[in-house]
Design a protein around this ligand. Structure first.
Ligand code: HEC
Length: 103
């Protein structure tokens, strides 16, 4: 019993399931938190802060994955956003949204 629970949890961690509502939440979150610096909407190529890549550009980066975004967003070296603390759910949702721009 305990064994099968572990296997299920492991599977979820390895391949997170993306739901449409996660993308919606991520979009909302991006508009509230990230849009001060990043172009966050589809078709918005210009970011308010010139050094910050638009999310569409991030999504178009070859090899960009949820794992890569997760690392980036939970590392402390996102230079200009030291005060933004993202929960794991926020990271997942906003990553799902960013990646959806590349589809
Ligand atoms: C205060 C401004 C600011 C805010 C707010 C901000 N960012 Fe950034 N972000 C930047 C800058 C500037 C860079 C470019 C840094 C660099 O390349 O060294 C960056 C880079 C990134 C990158 C890396 C892109 C790449 O391919 O290198 C990602 C991903 C990212 N931001 C996501 C987010 C998300 C998601 C949010 C909202 C939770 C957010 N940022 C909020 C300024 C900001």
């Amino acid at each position: 019993m305990r064994m099968s629970t572990l296997i299920v949890a492991g599977t979820i961690a390895a391949a997170p399931t993306v739901h449409a509502q996660d993308i919606q939440r991520g979009r909302q979150f991006a508009l509230e938190v990230c849009a001060a610096c990043h172009g966050v909407l589809a078709g918005q190529v210009q970011s308010p802060v010139a050094e910050a890549p638009s999310f569409e550009a991030v999504a178009a980066t070859p090899g960009m994955t949820a794992v890569a975004l997760n690392v980036w967003l939970t590392a402390q070296d996102h230079p200009t956003m030291p005060n933004i603390v993202l929960s794991q759910t926020d990271v997942q949702d906003v990553s799902a949204y960013i990646l959806s721009l590349g589809e």
